[in-house]
Structure formats: structure tokens, C-alpha cells
Design a protein around this ligand. Structure first.
Ligand code: ATP
Ligand code: MG
Length: 428
């Protein structure tokens, strides 16, 4: 045997239940987004390195140390996307989608960051992202939060905490920065290496530190929320009142500054305490300056991204996906004479019921071995066809999960019988 080749550290194969749950989250999110009239956009996984440097910011964790950057065969510097917003902004500018129009978009796919792999933190991970262009008011920020709340409800997740904050205008942040740096400089001797480095380059990020030793200093720092400009404060108050009206609970976390440079005004995160330091499952905010920064005409914008693997872990740990299982049939077909009508019946079932899963036994085998497979498949019932059934144009129905005697029905009556068995699950 030749030597095996392993995958790259932090880049996973998801299969079985995990893959099914990832698909389920995406399809549920898509249906919620469609309810709010958002449209899908598909974007490249690789972009010019320059795009991320200019949008995410040179002094951020992502650009400083997490990007997968390489030279292609032409000698151009390219980067595997670490997040989706930059590419989305590039696309709307390039395709003329931002001028005098509103865009409400969503996308999903893999992102790449060279981080230290651990549960909920990978080097290739999937995000579901939503971006809105052309709307400046707090109403759309509230809508973005409302639709995430609806998604959690659909997924059965009920203990996520919503944290919100306002980063104000660029000018307000600039003024606050001076005050913050003065305060942090007073405590310089207690800062860690990372924070000392950020003191000049990106002091607001120190507030976001995960180092518990800095907790006291950070908590005692002057608060950005107390130094907001009038307009941002009004915007923030409106957002809060819309959330109140919608019955969505939140906490104002004045240290929430987000890891990327491009945010202003609203920022928010949905956090769980169940995934340790990887507790943020969804994060976003407003980024009114970014479109112009990347070369477009100024257009206000707001958006967020969810980490699909983190949501997957939550759903699997809580066994929240079983409840959404599809109605499920396994076709047991013994003998060559049963196979041909059986295949036709399986197709007819799929024609009639789009919400029904119909699995055929393929590859023959005895009754016993086929029933073993039926049981393992998770099917609710087995439809059995053997010589007798075929001769009489009937099928035998065996209940695999409930204690109920088997039944024999004619092929003509099968449709109604299946509808009856799975009502109301099939939602006819
Ligand atoms: P964190 O503070 O956890 O590093 P972040 O602020 O870097 O998160 P964002 O850039 O806002 O994350 O990405 C949005 C979401 O994508 C996160 O809230 C998280 O759910 C998910 N995410 C980010 N990085 C990773 C990763 N390396 N592995 C898995 N999921 C991730
Ligand atoms: Mg990060």
C-alpha cells in the first residue's frame, strides 16, 4: 500500500450527520432570507490580496497573520477569501449594482484563515453572509437582526444572547481614540504584548481582548458609547426601539468593537456560552465607508456573517435536528420480478410526494439482509415486494418504528395509504 495523504490541518471533511446539518442550516437560512426578499449572489473564492488589505485593514488579525496569500503563475498576489464582505463590495461596484439602487444579498461558502485550529475555529470554515447596500437608517439594521432571530427560532436555538453597540462616526471614533490612548498609556505597564503593539496602530481593538488579565483595565476604560456623535446616538436609540417593538432582547456591550476595521455605527454579535471562546455564531454591523474605500461611489451598507460549523455544533450537541426528519420509506424488493415494478413504484412515490424520502434496496439480497438495511436507513416504513405481492399487484407495509401489524394494500391504493400514514408530516 502507498503512504496515505492527510488533509491540511484545520481543514475538515464533514460527512454524515454533520454534513446534513450544515445543509439544513443553509436551506433554512435561504428560506428565511427569501421571506425578507433577499437575493443570492455567488462570488469567487480567490481575490486580489490588495482587496482584503484595503477593506479589512492592515492592522487587523486577519491581514496581519491569518491570510492564505500566494503568488499565482503570473506573479500576481492572490488571497483565499478570509471573509465575504470585501468580495461582495467589489462585485457590486464592478457590476454597477450600487448606484441609485438598493441591493439585499446573501451568499454562502468557505472562508480561509490561518488560525490555531480547535473546536469551532478552523482554517477552512463556512459562512452564510448577508449584505445590504443603499440603506442608511436603523430600520434595515433592525431587519437584519430580526431575520437572524427568526432563523434561530426556526432552528430551535433559544439561548443565544444578542449584544449590540455603536461605533459612531469616523470622527467620533477618532476623538474617542485620543481619550482611550491617554487612559491606556496610564496603564501601559500592565498591558500585554499584543495590546502594546495595538496601542499605536489599533487601540480600539484592545477593548476586544480575550486576555483575562486585562479585564479590569478594559472595564475601567472610557466608553465609546459616551462619546458618540449626535447622529449615531439617534441611530442607535432608534435601533434599540425597533428591537424593543419586535420583542428581541439585547444587551449593550460597550466593548464590542469587532475585529475588522470597516464598521461604523451599529455592530452586533449573537453569542452562546456553550462553545467557550468560540461563542460568537453570528457577527456584523454597518460599514458605510467601505464601498467608497474600495473605489465605488459612497453607498451606505450593513451586513453580517454566521459561522456555519459553530451553529452545526450547537444543533448537534442539543439534538435539535432529529425533529425535522423527513418522512422516509425503504423499498424491500426480493427477486428479479419484484425489482422492476418496485423501481416504478418508487418513482411514482417521489412524483407524488416531494417531501418524502424513498430509498430502494439495490444489489439484491435476502429478506433478512434487506430488512437489516431498512432498519439502519432510519426509514419509518418498509414497502415490501416479493413474488406474491407482484402476482397480486399489492405491496406489504411494515412499520419499522411503531408497534403496529403489517398491512397489505393494492398498488392502486398505495398513494392514499402513504398520504394517510404520513399525514400531517407530508404537508399535503
Ligand atoms: P472570532 O472572534 O471568533 O475570531 P471573528 O470576529 O474573527 O470571530 P468574523 O470575521 O466576524 O469573526 O466572522 C463571522 C463569524 O464567522 C464568526 O462569528 C464565527 O461564527 C465565524 N468564524 C470566524 N472565524 C472562524 C473560524 N476560524 N472557524 C470557524 N468559524 C469562524
Ligand atoms: Mg477571528
Amino acid at each position: 500500500m502507498s503512504k496515505q495523504i492527510a488533509s491540511i490541518r484545520g481543514m475538515n471533511d464533514w460527512y454524515g450527520q454533520e454534513s446534513a446539518v450544515l445543509d439544513y442550516i443553509v436551506s433554512t437560512a435561504e428560506s428565511v432570507l427569501n421571506q425578507y426578499s433577499y437575493q443570492s449572489i455567488r462570488l469567487p473564492i480567490v481575490e486580489k490580496t490588495e482587496l482584503f488589505k484595503r477593506s479589512i485593514g492592515e492592522v487587523t488579525d486577519i491581514v496581519e497573520k491569518e491570510m492564505y496569500t500566494f503568488e499565482d503563475r503570473n506573479g500576481d498576489s492572490l488571497t483565499l477569501r478570509p471573509e465575504g464582505t470585501a468580495g461582495c463590495v467589489r462585485a457590486i461596484i464592478q457590476n454597477g449594482l450600487s448606484h441609485n439602487q438598493i441591493q439585499k444579498l446573501y451568499y454562502t461558502g468557505p472562508m480561509f484563515r490561518h488560525e490555531r485550529p480547535q473546536k469551532g475555529r478552523y482554517r477552512q470554515f463556512n459562512q452564510f453572509g448577508v449584505e445590504v447596500f443603499g440603506l442608511a437608517d436603523a430600520d434595515i439594521d433592525a431587519e437584519l437582526i430580526m431575520l437572524t432571530a427568526r432563523l434561530w427560532e426556526k432552528l430551535g436555538l433559544d439561548n443565544l444572547e444578542l449584544q449590540i453597540n455603536s461605533l459612531g462616526s469616523a470622527e467620533a471614533r477618532q476623538a474617542y481614540r485620543v481619550i482611550l490612548v491617554a487612559y491606556l498609556t496610564e496603564h501601559k505597564s500592565s498591558l500585554d504584548e499584543d495590546s502594546l503593539r495595538r496601542l499605536d496602530s489599533n487601540p480600539l481593538r484592545i477593548l476586544d481582548t480575550k486576555n483575562p488579565a486585562l479585564k479590569e483595565i478594559v472595564e475601567g476604560a472610557p466608553k465609546l458609547i459616551d462619546h458618540l456623535d449626535e447622529e449615531s446616538l439617534m441611530h442607535f436609540n432608534l435601533l434599540k426601539s425597533y428591537l424593543d417593538d419586535a420583542g428581541i432582547a439585547y444587551v449593550v456591550n460597550s466593548n464590542l468593537v469587532r475585529g475588522l476595521d470597516y464598521y461604523n455605527k451599529t455592530v452586533f454579535e449573537w453569542v452562546t456560552t456553550e462553545l467557550g471562546a468560540q461563542g460568537t455564531v453570528c457577527a456584523g454591523g454597518r460599514y458605510d465607508g467601505l464601498v467608497e474605500q474600495i473605489g465605488g461611489k459612497p453607498v451606505p451598507a450593513s451586513g453580517f456573517a454566521m459561522g456555519l460549523e459553530r451553529l452545526m455544533s450547537l444543533l448537534i450537541d442539543k439534538s435539535l435536528v432529529e425533529a425535522n426528519k423527513m418522512a422516509n420509506i425503504f423499498m424491500v424488493m426480493v427477486g428479479e420480478s419484484a425489482l422492476r415494478p418496485g423501481m416504478v413504484i418508487a418513482e411514482q412515490m417521489r412524483d407524488s410526494f416531494s417531501g418524502l424520502k424513498v430509498q430502494m434496496n439495490c444489489g439484491g439480497g435476502s429478506f433478512k439482509s434487506q430488512f437489516k438495511k431498512a432498519d439502519k436507513s432510519g426509514a419509518d416504513i418498509a414497502l415490501v415486494l416479493a413474488e406474491d405481492e407482484v402476482a397480486n399487484q399489492q405491496v406489504t407495509i411494515k412499520y419499522l418504528r411503531v408497534d403496529k401489524p403489517q398491512e397489505v394494500v393494492s398498488w392502486a391504493a398505495l398513494h392514499d395509504k402513504v398520504a394517510e400514514i404520513f399525514n400531517p408530516k407530508l404537508d399535503l
